[in-house]
Ligand binder design. Structure first.
Ligand code: PEP
Ligand code: MN
Length: 337
């Protein structure tokens, strides 16, 4: 961290800043230039609120050199984190596809979809049992029954199950049924939930909040990582912008940015990222081309009658087409599928 003093800062002001930096545990390297005095502060910056320095008299600017997140960063761990679940590796050479309905609606529905997505090459079966809906009048999910059906379908067809945990009190319940626990966009900064998930021994997919910066998203992952759970998958699912031709704006550029900043696997969710069925496939292709480690996509055998997110759920024949295209793209960017 570097503190740049104002040109007219007095020696007293400089000494006051030095005193604060020392109290914060930093070692100081001072350099007096023609106009500015610059203080290089070396030490652990985690937990420091730089605004406390910015408000001191005579301070022109405080520049952070290292990232505020630590365990999630590439400077902490250079190699990619690869999460192994049976014979599935997430974050390695292979691109992983998670597919399934927005919500588990019935045993029959999840069975039909599970069979299809397995046949087409998906490794994970998605399906929400507890749905965080904008309206309390919308379908809220089947709860534990939904988890049971999801587990049964995943086991029957040899898939891994991923489902959302919306509440800290539900963690033990969801853990009994899921292989990967999903934290939804609306819960990205539910710090109690994140801390609880830091204690579990299963991978967590952390969706990016719809108005979260990349740094806030990585800081959220840090809550899970500091608890001792190093199996975190990040998922870009679209952010809220002024554009309203799509439900959200899928920030594809977040993929290469986060891949550079962090060693964690990065997925995208082109379904919630666009909200429109015919936009899902192009954005899924773009995600893999941009270096995503996987996608999570909503698929429904009868989307016109889906209880949630039918308009953004692709048909099985579209998933088949998409898988073919993703195989070509994966190969083109040095990956397999
Ligand atoms: C979901 O994947 O079902 C979901 C609700 O996604 P998000 O949290 O990204 O809105
Ligand atoms: Mn959905």
């Amino acid at each position: 961290m570097v503190v740049v003093m104002e040109p007219k800062a007095s020696e007293e002001m400089v000494q006051d800043v030095i005193k604060h930096l020392k109290e914060m545990g930093f070692e100081i390297h001072r350099s007096d230039g023609v106009t500015h005095t610059i203080l290089g502060a070396v030490g652990d910056k985690t937990g420091i609120d730089i605004r406390q320095l910015e408000v001191l008299e005579g301070v022109h600017e405080v520049i952070r050199i290292s990232e505020p997140y630590k365990l999630a960063s590439r400077s902490f761990k250079r190699e990619n984190t690869v999460i192994r679940l049976g014979d599935v590796s997430i974050g390695g050479d292979e691109v992983t596809v998670a597919a399934g309905p927005c919500a588990v609606e019935s045993e029959e529905q999840i069975m039909i979809i599970a069979e299809t997505v397995k046949k087409l090459g998906a490794k994970l079966l998605r399906g929400g049992a507890f749905k965080p809906r904008t309206s309390p009048y919308s379908f809220q999910g089947l709860g534990e029954a939904g988890l049971k059906y999801l587990r049964k379908a995943a086991d029957k067809f040899g898939l891994l199950a991923i489902t959302e945990v919306v509440d800290v009190g539900h963690v033990p319940l969801v853990l009994r049924y899921a292989d990967v626990l999903q934290v939804g966009a609306r819960n990205m900064q539910n710090f109690m939930l994140l801390r609880e998930l830091g204690k579990v021994q299963k991978p967590v997919m952390l969706k990016r909040g719809m108005s979260a910066t990349i740094e806030e998203w990585l800081m959220a992952s840090e809550y899970i990582l500091t608890g001792g759970n190093d199996q975190v998958i990040l998922c870009e699912r679209g952010i809220r912008t002024f554009e309203n031709y799509t439900r959200n704006t899928l920030d594809i550029s977040a993929v290469p940015i986060v891949k550079k900043l962090s060693h964690l696997p990065v997925f995208t969710d082109p379904s919630h990222g666009t909200g429109i069925r015919n936009k899902v496939i192009p954005m899924a292709r773009a995600s893999v081309a941009a270096g995503a480690d996987g996608i999570i996509v909503e698929v429904h055998h009868d989307p016109d009658h889906a209880k949630s997110d039918g308009a953004q759920s692709i048909f099985p024949y579209q998933l088949e087409e998409l898988m073919k295209e993703l195989r070509i793209i994966a190969r083109a960017v040095g990956r397999t599928l």
